[in-house]
Each structure stands twice: as C-alpha cells, then as structure tokens.
Design a protein around this ligand. Structure first.
Ligand code: GMT
Length: 393
C-alpha cells in the first residue's frame, strides 16, 4: 500500500509512534510518505520512506502574518503528495491539526476533479487532542468534526478511546490499537542487573510540560534520598525543565540529578536505570514506561488514563495516586531496596511487553485497518462537503 502519515516532528510519543510505524510499514513492503513541518527525530532514512517537509513560511515576509498558517500549508502539501504518490490511505496522528488538514486535502483533490479515488483517512488520537485541545471551546467543535469525518479513529488505550467517544459523541467505535515496543528497545537485553545491590538509579523521561508534574518527580526523589543513596536522570526538555533544575538546587540535590535534555535514542539511558519514574497528571498511554518495561526496568508511575493498561500494578511496576509524592517515593524506596522484587518485576515487564505490545502484530492491525478503509473512503469523501458546510455555517 501507499500510506501517507502526518504527525508532529516531536520527541514526544506521537512523533515516535508515527515514525516507528512508518519504518515498520516500509520494512513490510509498503511505501510510506511522511508529511510534517520537520523531520521527526526517530524517522531514520530507509528505502520506501519518503519525507515531505511542510514549509508555509513564505507568507511571513509579507508582514501581515506573524506565523505560518501551518494547517493550510499542511493540507496543501498533503494534497500534492497524495496526488503525486497516489496514496491509498492517509494516517493522521492527532485530530487537530492533522486530521483537519487531511480532510481539507481530500476536499481539495475532489474539487480538482482528478481521476484518483478519494483517499480514506485514519486518525489516531494520542491524548492531548482529546484531553487538552478538544476540551477548549476554541477547538472542541473542529476536533469533534475531524473525528466524526475520519473513516476510522484509533486510540492507543481503552481509557482514551472511551474518553474520545464520550467527549465527541462518536457514533462509530474507536479502535484500540496500543503503541508497540520500538525495535531499539525490543532488540536490547537491558543492561541493568536487577539482582545486583540497589544503586538507586532513577530515570525520568518527558517533555516537561505541566501535565508531567516534573516538580513531583523531584520532590519524590528528595524523599527517596533520605532512605537510599539514589541518583536521578531527567531526560527531555520543555517549559518546566528550568523550574525542576531550580528546585533541585534549592533542595540541595543538584549533585545527584542530571538533566540530559532531548535525546533521540532513550534506550541506552533507560536500560541503565534501576527504576523509571513518572508522575503525570494525565497520560493516554505512556510510551516511555513501555520502553522501560521492555528493557526490564520496573516502573513507578501515577495511576491515570491508559497507564494501568501498560504498567501492571504490583507485577512490573507500582502505581500511585496523582500528586501523592510520598507514595511515589515510598514505592521507589520499596523497589530499590528489594533486588529480588525488582528482578521479578523486570522479568514480568519484558515478558508482558513482548506479548502484549509486539511490533509485528500491532503493525499488522494497522494494515488491516487501512485495508478495511479502502472500500469506505469513496463514500466518506462525498460526505466531507456537507460536514464542512455544517461546520462553516
Ligand atoms: O505526553 C505528551 O505530552 C506527548 C504526547 C505526544 O503527542 O507525543 O504523548 C501522547 O501520545 C503518546 C503516544 O501515543 C502517549 O504515550 C502519551 O501518553 C500521550 N500523552 C498524554 O496523553 C499526555
């Protein structure tokens, strides 16, 4: 198949999932066209993967626009790519702006009167489009429209599928297709030695947005340090990083915490950890937790959204209430001071992720879904016009 994928070029989970999916599809013989404002960090070069940059900045020189009209530029580029490459299906990661742009592109092509059948659109919601963007009055209606007008909608967890269906009153079921373990994590054995004495290496990976509650990670770590001589490695970058660094200095922790910034490949860092710690307020899935478990690193995380579908409480990790810094710290201390429990958790995590989040099986599910949409794309495309008219009215 010829598959178009549009996604954010981010270090965050959705950019990683979209890129890893593109690579896996290409590996299986599909031709993939990734359309984004920049090359996603994990999208390595390989045969059958074509990258198309969306620019849109030409209008800035006119002076009237303070930024590119990204959604329009994306729709325009997507239509060009769909026509030139003869795409069979477009997979939009995030309802807004990607599914909206894909729907506009399809309309644009239909108006152009080409002889290519309309391209079906599969949209994957990743969390923020439902819980944040979709919750704001300025975006709610257009996100709901994009989801209803997509030929199929998928979510990485039951929790997010339920939330999307309820929030946007979706008539059609949302397919739950979990994220898969990237080959770089599946292919490593994990070098942490869970049966060795606890060295107390805790790893946190996030984009340091407020929803990640980086301050709770640092506060929990401060409590852990009272019991165990632990170290904390913070991976990623974002708005709360500077605050977390300041908090470490104020708590006298600066010598025990390393901030590494964004990293394209987190596996070598994760596998050096004895524990992965996440304090998120909301998390549709928790890709970094999945990668940690696959590497045999137990997880201490907050019980929110789709996290309990990834982390099995008391089997391969420990789940705590959001905001309960004491519980997070106590869970870290409990695991760091019990090597045999860590070892059992590590073994469970490896086995669980291999069976439940297997790449080949999950990529096959996307392929099946794409095939199923080929027959409905034409009908759906003719409905776009009336839906768009309703939204514009
Ligand atoms: O967590 C973020 O802020 C990044 C966001 C993204 O768009 O990359 O991640 C979302 O999608 C990931 C891949 O499906 C999930 O693993 C994350 O849990 C999800 N984040 C949230 O729901 C907050």
């Amino acid at each position: 198949m010829r598959v178009g994928i549009c996604c954010f070029p981010s270090f965050g989970g959705s950019g990683v999932v979209a890129s890893e999916l593109a690579l896996a599809l290409a590996e299986g013989g599909d031709v993939v066209h990734v359309v984004s404002s920049d090359r996603p960090p994990r999208l390595s070069e390989r045969a059958n993967v074509h990258f198309h940059r969306v620019d849109g900045s030409e209008i800035e020189e006119y002076g009237l626009f303070d930024r590119p009209l990204q959604t329009l530029a994306l729709a325009n580029r997507l239509a060009q790519v769909a026509a030139a490459a003869g795409l069979d299906v477009v997979h939009a990661h995030y309802a807004a702006p990607h599914a909206v742009a894909a729907l506009l592109a399809r309309r644009l092509l239909a108006e152009g009167g080409g002889d290519q059948p309309p391209c079906p659109i599969v949209t994957t919601v990743h969390g923020t489009d439902v819980t944040l963007v979709g919750a704001r009055p300025s975006y709610r209606d257009i996100v709901g429209w994009a989801l209803r007008a997509s030929d199929r909608v998928t979510a990485p967890s039951e929790a997010l599928a339920r939330e999307a269906a309820e929030r946007f009153s979706l008539d059609e079921p949302v397919d739950v297709i979990p994220n898969f373990v990237p080959p770089a994590a599946a292919g490593r054995r994990g070098s942490s030695a869970p049966d060795a004495p606890a060295s107390g290496r805790i790893v946190h990976v996030s984009n340091f947005r407020p929803v990640k509650r980086a301050a709770d990670v640092v506060a929990a770590f401060a409590l852990v340090r009272r019991e165990v001589p632990a170290r904390l490695c913070m991976v990623g970058d974002g708005p709360e990083r500077a605050g977390a660094e300041r908090q470490c200095r104020e708590l006298g922790l600066a010598d025990h915490v390393t901030f590494l910034g964004n990293q394209t490949h987190v596996e070598p860092i994760l596998e050096q950890g004895d524990l992965f710690l996440s304090a998120s307020e909301s998390e549709s899935f928790g890709l970094a937790s999945l990668e940690a478990l696959a590497l045999g690193v137990p997880v201490v995380a907050t019980r929110t959204g789709g996290v309990p579908e990834v982390v099995c409480d008391n089997r391969n990790g420990l789940l705590c209430p959001v905001g309960d810094v004491e519980a997070l710290a106590a869970s870290c201390v409990a695991l760091l001071s019990d090597p045999s429990r860590r070892q059992a958790f590590a073994a469970h995590g490896r086995k669980w992720t291999r069976s439940r989040f297997d790449r080949a099986r999950i990529v096959a599910r996307y392929r099946e879904l794409y095939r199923a949409t080929l027959t409905i794309g034409r009908a759906a495309a003719s409905e776009d016009a009336s839906l768009l008219e309703k939204v514009e009215a």
